[in-house]
Write a protein that binds this ligand. Sequence first.
Ligand SMILES: Nc1ncnc2c1ncn2[C@@H]1O[C@H](COP(=O)(O)OP(=O)(O)O)[C@@H](O)[C@H]1O
Ligand SMILES: [Mg+2]
Length: 290
Amino acid sequence: FTENEVKTTLLDIALPDDDDDRLSVRITFTPIHRRGEGESGIIAVLQDVTDQEKLEQARREFVANVSHELRTPLTTIKSYLEALDDGAIEEPQLASRFISVTRSETERMIRLVTDLLHLSRLDSKQSMMSKSSTEVNEMLEEVADRFSFQLQQRKIHIGIQVEPGVTNLLLDRDKIDQVLDNLVSNAIKYTGDEGTIQLRAYKLERDLLAISVQDNGIGIPKKDLSRIFDRFYRVDKARSRNMGGTGLGLSIAREIVKAHGGTISLESELGQGTRVTFTLPIQQEAEDEL
Ligand SMILES: Nc1ncnc2c1ncn2[C@@H]1O[C@H](COP(=O)(O)OP(=O)(O)O)[C@@H](O)[C@H]1O
Ligand SMILES: [Mg+2]
């Protein structure tokens, strides 16, 4: 120690009973100087910074993921443009194939950036909720309508079941539509032709409504279930990418449901199907309005 020097060090301690959990402790050493006596001791301050470290780690992973996800389509676009420049442009068939690849990669980047913007708005609470009274049955029918073309193409049957007594709900329609669109688009993506999707709405408790989207598709392996709502987490990156996925759909859905005061969960059996259920509080005002 030189005079007035303060030293800090970060200790990572593995907890004895736990394989994953670690404790991060920041220790700050400050020398004590007494006039005439010189250095007479050191004060050590220990601070538990485990949560900060975890947050910082998550942030680093997120930035690395985003960079990677953006870089992949850019590299593809660049190489196809170079090939065009190198002469492929003179061969009409090749040229049109290369251009359509660059185009679909561009569209993927747009989807990714749009999803990222949604997430960052939800994070910063910039996006104000604008709730209005919404008829649940109608809302579910409209989701099914939005996907009717894809459903028909893949011969997937969609059923809607709304428990009697479920009527209006106070919610931000645009945002809940986004949740439903994400869930139904997953159900369609990960269900084989001629599959079945079931949308349900039912009261869980007096003031809690549940909405579920169930499919009889490929399902999700047990080991992936705990991370499925993580940003960019996909069971099979290559497959998800081919399907136009960004790996952000479920995490966006979770943020929106959370902002409404609800929760979201997923159950799945490999090869059998998947059910995602989210809850929404039934607010008293909505009932009083009727
Ligand atoms: N209904 C489903 N059936 C099977 N797998 C699913 C289903 N919904 C989500 N998944 C898995 O969860 C992952 C994350 O979903 P999501 O966040 O919507 O990302 P994306 O759809 O962009 O791949 C998907 O990549 C897929 O592996
Ligand atoms: Mg998705």
